[in-house]
Design a protein around this ligand. Structure first.
Ligand SMILES: Cc1cc2nc3c(=O)[nH]c(=O)nc-3n(C[C@H](O)[C@H](O)[C@H](O)COP(=O)(O)OP(=O)(O)OC[C@H]3O[C@@H](n4cnc5c(N)ncnc54)[C@H](O)[C@@H]3O)c2cc1C
Length: 380
């Protein structure tokens, strides 16, 4: 196992999450995938067990866990259900702009209710015409007295319509490019906020992915995060940190697929012996395990850089997310191969794991964009 510098209390918490995931989350995973319904029961469980409080400082009602402990928690949940791990990951993603750029009043108003799990959060950057090129967004925010009026829409927003607290990015000054983008805390109940289409997806089916529509949406000026024009920087700083959690999600999915493949290979008998006795299968398992462990090292390393307060961890969080998600696709694919025809069937979780792994190569910046981030940092 990779070296992990967490406190004794955090170790105990991660151990408890491992057991909870096995006993309470794993039995629900296939049903969540089948129905595509958001698992409110598991969201409540994560709230009750203070797992949703992990990413938040104690002064705002959180338990102030290290980033490493947060990613380890995501990993443990992902081993059994990627949808459930996303509840924790997106609580951090949606709240991170407030943690990074919010003033005291904003933090006091929003963070305690996110830490307790009473409210959930969402992060709205992507639009129909602007994905990788986030700066091409069209959503506008125009100041009128003590409110900003937002018009436009956001696409593919995780927790969209479920989250009470939405970190939304919009253009306040179209003349100055990325320096004209600002960030806002938009509550679901603000006038002019509506939910558009809910997407049907390949994987993470219990996670709601929705369009958010702003029609003369009224956002009080006190909900501007930082200053006007700082939104793009806030979005990028948020993703630099939270994409480590996506690496952890990929890592957990891959570990779950490896566990399954090992167990299956030991009990499946063909030609009068367990298939695990064939060197061809053993080599596949060895490669899978090595990929999982290498992913773990990259993910934990990036998280520890955050915990040490290192400023330039962006390259390493991009590496962790890119590497772990690419490996998760390979490992889940190999797990299906080891399970043979049974791997292709919904009776076993291997095919769900592969469908869930795919999204980790796409969201919070595609892996092509991660390579751009890494290369730019290398060449600057
Ligand atoms: C299930 C799901 C949940 C999501 N949740 C959220 C969320 O909560 N909040 C949010 O804001 N967004 C969310 N997204 C959006 C996600 O971050 C974007 O889908 C992603 O950033 C890619 O944008 P795009 O889909 O528009 O693809 P595009 O940007 O159109 O990219 C298409 C292809 O071109 C490649 N490409 C683009 N530019 C380059 C380049 N310069 N060099 C090389 N290749 C390039 C991409 O890598 C990709 O392979 C979610 C998406 C999904 C599918």
């Amino acid at each position: 196992m990779a070296i992990a510098h967490i406190t004794e209390d955090e170790k105990a918490l991660i151990e408890a999450i491992r057991e909870l995931a096995l006993e309470r989350v794993a039995p629900r995973a296939a049903e969540i995938d089948h129905t595509g319904e958001f698992p409110w029961d598991l969201k409540e469980l994560l709230a009750q067990q203070d797992i949703l409080a992990m990413p938040f400082p104690t002064e705002y009602g959180g338990i102030g866990a290290s980033e490493l402990a947060v990613v380890m928690a995501i990993e443990e949940l992902s081993r059994h259900c990627a949808t459930t791990s996303l509840i924790l990951a997106v609580q951090q993603l949606g709240a991170m702009p407030i943690l990074l750029a919010g003033n005291e009043q904003q933090k006091r108003k929003y963070i305690p209710r996110l830490a307790s799990g009473e409210w959930t959060a969402a992060f709205g950057l992507t639009e129909a015409g602007s994905g990788s090129d986030a700066a091409a967004m069209q959503t506008r925010a125009v100041r009128k007295g003590d409110t900003y009026i937002l018009n436009g829409s956001k696409r593919f927003i995780t927790n969209g319509g479920l989250a009470q607290v939405n970190s939304i990015f919009a253009i306040t000054d179209p003349q100055v490019g990325t320096r004209g983008i600002s960030a806002f805390i938009v509550e679901r109940d603000f006038p002019g906020f509506a939910v558009g289409r809910i997407e049907e997806k390949m994987g993470i089916k219990g996670s709601q992915t929705a369009e958010l529509i702003f029609t003369d949406c009224e956002v009080p000026t006190e909900n501007l995060l930082g200053r006007e024009g700082e939104g793009f920087k806030i979005a990028l700083s948020t993703l630099d940190q939270t994409r480590i959690g996506i690496g952890a999600q990929a890592l957990g999915i891959a570990q779950g697929a490896l566990d399954l493949a090992v167990a299956y290979a030991k009990q499946r008998v063909q030609f009068d012996k367990p298939i695990a006795e064939n060197q061809g299968i053993q080599f596949m398992l060895a490669d899978m395990a090595t990929k999982v462990e290498a992913s773990r090292l990259l993910v934990y390393n990036a998280a520890e850089m955050v915990d040490r307060g290192e400023e330039h961890f962006g390259r390493y969080s991009a590496m962790a997310k890119m590497y772990a998600s690419d490996r998760a696709m390979e490992v889940t694919n190999d797990a299906i191969q080891i399970l043979g025809g049974y791997g292709y069937m919904k009776e076993y979780p291997a095919e769900r794991m592969m469908r869930d792994a795919k999204i980790t190569q796409i969201y919070e910046g595609t892996n092509q964009i991660q390579r751009l981030v890494i290369a730019r940092d290398l060449l600057k």
